[in-house]
Design a protein around this ligand. Structure first.
Ligand SMILES: [Fe+2]
Length: 628
């Protein structure tokens, strides 16, 4: 890895001293790459954070997060003029320098991608300062942090640790694609980086592209397919694509990639190496599309383990914080926890670029405003990631009346009892409660729930509700106090970012004949007493639910346990394939009506699908009901 001195947000004492008498509101913004977001910090506490896609209904929306900003200001009951600082999560000039430099180095080969990128950069990004001010109506101080410093800040400052090693890994920021650093109290320092074009995130994305999935969102599918395959390409990857060093740094052989110069991730040489062109999206998966994911997953885990060992050696600390898109690889995270030298691991739930909005705001508060950090041992600062919009019973009722949707309003205890019984009878329930989650995972605020004991649930939810590939596993929500009764895990995993095996005694070994089934056919084999959340390799992507963070959801699972003896629910995000997670009651109702979800719980209201009037899809549904 290369050594570096990271600059980031510099201290600026004079204005700060005058501001400290009043509340300090800091708005952080990430935008213009993917997954735009805004975050409001007040005196160091997170008031609100949300991704723009949830409001605009465009998945991975990268445009200026105008609606997310408006929501944050509204949640904080302030105007843009009340903000002490606005921070942007990376440095546009440095990023432009990287693009220009890449073009000059690869010219004339890179000219096509340069032509695509340059006008966008010149228009939207290079003139960021003016752009942000015009969009916000804000004329105060504007600060910029480096991309990986924003990731690192979001990982460490929100963690439950007084001190920790920090590892960030993603596609690319300005120049860095990974960084290694350390956090003490209210300070972070990054001391090593890996630079573009050597990128673990882009390597994984190259395989995502080649196996026929969408880059930046299909990586989860690659991870889900990996257990179906054999690691037969691992040696080839090390021999031809990745020169991996002992400390976790690596060099990618650009002969096989096209992201420097073209508009695709891989090229003809890559095709030749792996025996043919990339799989065309939506076509049948073959054994190759299982062996490739398994192989790249093995390589990714090895790189992360080596980086973690280096971080441990260089810092001598027992705690590790992770962020950056690669930190969403929860299978690798599970291995880091089990095998890595660190005793404790904390991963920022909004590990992708959305979390940068939080990170830059925290850098301004701690570094620029020189404010100390308060750490509560064992407790992070994310409030369960429930940082988005919420809706009062009156607002929900008004909406339901406006669309003529029949509903029952129930007392909380009655509602939870009814839902638990419906779930136990194999109904699928849309669950909308409290503040929306920040980050890519639904954590029991905007979730679709099911009974994990049902052998039919996984296929039913994938095909009839999510309209997605049948191979994709579902995640369990389990009572925190019962996690080790079900899984080989005995720590908090509140953000569904750790994968661990289902407890040995709950596993049902496959017969010789079942083992002989090909790929996805194995999915229908019941592999444990919670088959709907047991992946093909007996693993599960676990969310632990504690009562302090999400009381209602915890009480619901407890009610389900009282009824069935099972302290686990299937929890999948409340959306259909290709759509962002629902935000408003209107989004939830629409998703409910467009799918085979049987019941919908909207706050204190319960709706049965069979009682609803016939659903007519209109193109302008949100405007029609004045929902924006
Ligand atoms: Fe990033």
């Amino acid at each position: 890895m290369q050594s570096t001195s990271c600059m980031g947000v510099a201290p600026g004492p004079t204005r700060v001293t005058t501001l400290l008498m009043a509340e300090i509101n800091i708005l952080g913004i990430s935008a213009f790459y993917h997954d735009s977001a805004a975050c409001l910090l007040r005196d160091g506490e997170i008031v609100a954070a949300a991704q723009e896609e949830r409001f605009s209904r465009k998945k991975g929306d990268a445009s200026f997060p105008a609606q997310a900003v408006a929501y944050c200001l509204q949640a904080g009951r302030i105007q843009a003029g009340d903000l002490a600082f606005v921070g942007f999560y990376d440095k546009p000039l440095l990023k432009f320098e990287r693009i220009l430099d890449t073009y000059l180095e690869t010219a004339p080969r890179g000219f096509r991608s340069f032509l695509m990128a340059a006008p966008l950069w010149l228009k939207d990004k290079l003139y960021m300062d003016r752009h942000l001010r015009d969009n916000l109506g804000y004329d105060g101080e504007m600060l910029y942090a480096e991309h990986h410093e924003s990731h690192a800040a979001s990982a460490f400052f929100t963690s439950p640790f007084e001190e920790a090693a920090i590892l960030t890994m993603d596609g690319v920021g300005e120049w860095a694609t990974a960084s290694l650093g350390v956090g003490h109290g209210s300070e972070i320092e990054l001391f090593k980086e890996i630079h573009w074009p050597d990128s673990l995130g882009l390597l994984y994305s190259a395989f995502t592209y080649y196996t026929g999935f969408k880059v930046n969102s299909g990586e989860y599918k690659v991870m889900g397919l990996a257990p179906y395959g054999e690691p037969k390409y691992v040696d080839l990857i090390y021999r031809e694509l990745v020169d991996l060093h002992e400390d976790g740094s690596f060099v990618l052989n650009q002969k096989y990639f096209n992201y420097l110069t073209g508009l695709t991730m891989t090229n003809g040489a890559f095709d030749k190496l792996f025996g043919g062109p990339p799989r065309v999206a939506e076509t049948k998966l073959t054994q190759r599309e299982m062996d490739l994911p398994r192989s790249i997953q093995v390589v990714c885990e090895e790189v992360m383990l080596r980086m973690a060992r280096t971080a441990h050696r260089e810092t001598g600390l027992d705690n590790l914080c992770l962020a950056g898109g690669v930190a969403l690889n929860c299978v690798a995270n599970g291995r880091l926890l089990r095998e890595g030298p660190f005793r404790h691991l904390w991963i920022q739930p909004a590990a992708g670029d959305a979390g940068g909005a939080l990170g830059v705001a925290q850098l301004i508060w701690h570094r620029h405003c020189k404010q100390a950090r308060r750490v509560t041992p064992g407790k992070d600062g994310m409030h369960g990631a429930y940082l988005g919009p919420e809706f009062s019973p009156e607002e929900i009722a008004r909406f339901l009346e406006s669309v003529g949707a029949p509903y029952e309003r129930l007392e909380r205890a009655v509602l939870l009892g009814r839902i638990a019984a419906l779930l136990a009878a194999e109904n699928v329930v849309g669950w909308f409660d409290g503040r929306m989650e920040f980050g890519p995972r639904a954590l029991g605020a905007r979730s679709i729930l099911g009974d994990p004991r049902s052998p039919r649930m996984q296929a039913q939810m994938n095909i009839k509700i999510k309209f997605r590939e049948g191979f994709r596993p579902f995640a369990p929500s389990v009572l925190r106090e019962r996690v080790s009764d079900y899984f080989e895990l005995d720590c908090d995993s509140p953000y569904m970012l750790l994968v661990a095996p289902v407890k040995q005694e709950r596993q049902i070994p496959m017969t010789e004949q079942q083992r002989g089934l090909w790929g996805i056919d194995q999915l229908n084999v019941v592999r444990s007493d919670i088959p709907a959340v047991t992946h093909i390799d007996y693993s599960a992507r676990i969310q632990t639910v504690d009562r302090e963070t999400n009381r209602t959801y915890h009480d619901l699972i407890r009610e389900f346990e009282r009824l069935t003896g099972c302290a686990v629910l299937v929890n999948t995000s409340f959306n259909v394939r290709g759509e962002p997670i629902v935000c408003t009651p209107a989004d939830a109702y629409r998703c409910f009506m467009r799918t085979h979800i049987d019941y919908l719980a909207l706050g204190p209201f319960l709706l049965a699908k069979r009682a609803q009037p016939e659903w007519k899809e209109t193109a302008d549904w949100r405007r029609e009901f004045q929902l924006d």
